[in-house]
Design a protein around this ligand. Structure first.
Ligand code: BG6
Length: 519
């Protein structure tokens, strides 16, 4: 069964536990791709499943001229294309709460229109003055919008709540992230600010903490005594697509490592929290980042490798190199692959390397966390072949699940050993598709739960770790770009990051395929 055809979870029990207050979500950048592909399909699904109140309303705010009805029909197309089939009766109820304002978000005088529409919605639909402001706009618009909201008296409503969701990138280095945090804090209190990282909305990412802390058998071996090293991979087969102007400025380290991969790293390495609440969990993650050995620009060649794809083949089709993609500088120095080696200097992890790699146009689409254990102290059965060490692989996507690799005796008169897998798959165990990550995150924001959002401290520590590498790479353009062919596992230099006896995995579709016969 493919994930898309699986049934959705039953939501009754969730609904009883968690229903947000009536509110209006104002989307800045409402005519853009994110709104159509992710946000509207997510809120429509929340509405359809009765996870938001029936008077939930949306105001789209963007420069493109559109009427309310044109906005509704544009959004319906988006939901159908990127979400799934739309039920006409449900859509009509949902669409009754959609409004659109065509205005320049940098112009303070335009906010009178917003105030008017919001008051009208409060009056007509009983939305109670509660607001979520979603900034689905380029970073240069974050502060102008936030300041205009303040000037219009919309940031701190009386007897109601207002929260702001900020899309990535949150700054482009440490200094800019600190400046942004500082300016935001002049308008909103920290508990009103939701820095979104869509990886935290993925079921498989949330399950990491359940896997570690709701089971008694993994935690005792989750440390330097038993773990040899950890590899976290985010491999994409897609290229830069139509985002060259953003990606040319960002590159893989900023785009994936600073946010998504550091979140995965901290959830893999953090200590058990004393309670499962936002403050405690976020504090434990911050402790991991604080324990990472700082890097300086001089270390970069030993602890980080960058790559850029050249022409190659993906799924049997020829594809162009990064420098030939539309909108990319033909001499671009932007990395489309980054691998880093980090050391967490605390009692649990001292001496265990954590390897992170992210890249575009790699051999396979796979995001996973692989925890490789030490070999047994005595190799009784080894014979002439090496027995692969135990491994736990958390498959974040696709083919979501968790596999444990261990050795087993092959049936027969001789003692021959090979590795096999115990494999948990979401699709077979739960028989249901995971929700779009934005559904969970938008709902949490409306409920006032910031657990799955990045704190200001997390963001700043992430930048302070990576800024030396970014500077070194900027100051020393890569002499060998492009250094990997599209459709491969990245530059050969990434292998040199590994300690003796360690090597990168090639994540396979099913980890059973990867089990190697040992005879
Ligand atoms: C985004 C990056 O944050 O994450 C993209 O900007 C990347 O470049 C995407 O493709 C990957 O997300 P996912 O959910 O497909 O793994």
């Amino acid at each position: 069964m493919s994930a898309t055809t699986l049934e959705r979870p039953q939501t009754d029990s969730v609904r009883l536990e968690r229903t947000p207050d009536p509110c209006v979500m104002v989307i800045f950048g409402a005519s853009g791709d994110l709104t159509k592909r992710k946000l509207l399909p997510a809120v429509y699904m929340l509405f359809k499943e009765h996870l938001v109140p029936p008077n939930f309303s949306i105001v789209g705010f963007s420069r493109s001229p559109m009427s309310d009805d044109e906005f509704r029909s544009h959004m319906r197309d988006g939901v159908e294309e990127f979400g799934g089939p739309v039920d006409t009766a449900t859509w009509q109820k949902f669409a009754a709460g959609l409004r659109y304002i065509s205005a320049h978000p940098h112009h303070p005088e335009e906010y009178a229109k917003l105030t008017g529409v919001l008051s009208e919605l409060d009056r007509e639909r009983g939305t109670g003055g509660n607001r979520v402001y979603y900034l689905a706009v380029p970073p240069s618009s974050f502060l102008p919008i936030v300041r205009n909201l303040q000037a219009a008296g919309l940031a701190q409503p009386e007897q109601a709540w207002a929260r702001v969701i900020i899309e990535k990138p949150f700054g482009h280095d440490l200094e800019s992230a600190q400046a942004l945090n500082c300016e935001l804090s002049k308008v909103f209190r920290e508990e009103q600010i939701y820095r979104i990282d869509h990886y935290l909305g993925k079921e498989t990412v949330q399950n990491l903490l359940v896997f570690r802390f709701a089971n008694g058998i993994f935690e005792p071996i989750w440390n330097r005594r038993y773990v040899d090293h950890v590899q976290i991979t985010a491999a994409e087969t897609l290229g830069v697509e139509n985002r060259a102007s953003y990606y040319e400025e960002a590159g893989a380290l900023r785009d994936m490592v600073q946010n998504h991969m550091l979140q995965l790293l901290t959830m893999t390495a953090m200590e058990p929290p004393v309670a499962f609440d936002a403050e405690t969990v976020r504090a434990e993650k911050v402790k991991v980042l604080r324990a990472i050995r700082p890097l300086c620009s001089e270390d970069t060649p030993h602890c980080a490798v960058r790559g850029q794809y050249g022409p190659g083949q993906i799924g049997g089709e020829k594809v162009v190199g990064y420098r030939q993609e539309p909108g990319v500088d033909p001499n671009s120095n932007t990395e489309t692959f980054a691998a880093v080696k980090l050391h967490i200097e605390n009692w649990r992890w001292a001496g265990v390397p954590f390897y992170l790699r992210a890249g575009k146009r790699l051999a396979r689409h796979a995001t996973e966390i692989a925890v490789q254990f030490r070999q047994p102290p005595l190799r009784l059965f080894e014979g002439t072949h090496a027995i692969p060490p135990n491994l736990i692989v958390v498959r974040i996507q696709p083919d979501e699940g968790i596999a444990l690799r261990f050795s087993a005796k092959r049936p027969g008169p001789a003692t021959r050993v090979r590795d096999v897998n115990m494999d948990f798959r979401y699709s077979t165990s739960f028989g249901m598709a995971s929700a779009n990550a934005y559904e969970r995150l938008l709902l949490d924001c409306m409920l006032g739960d910031p657990s799955l959002f990045a704190s200001s401290r997390f963001v700043e520590l992430g930048w302070s770790l990576l800024t030396p590498m970014l500077e070194a790479w900027k100051n020393h353009p890569a002499p060998d770009f492009p250094n990997y062919a599209a459709g491969t596992w990245g530059p050969a230099a990434a292998d040199k990051l590994m300690d003796y006896g360690q090597s990168w995995r090639s994540p396979s579709q099913s980890d059973d395929d990867a089990a190697t016969p040992m005879e």
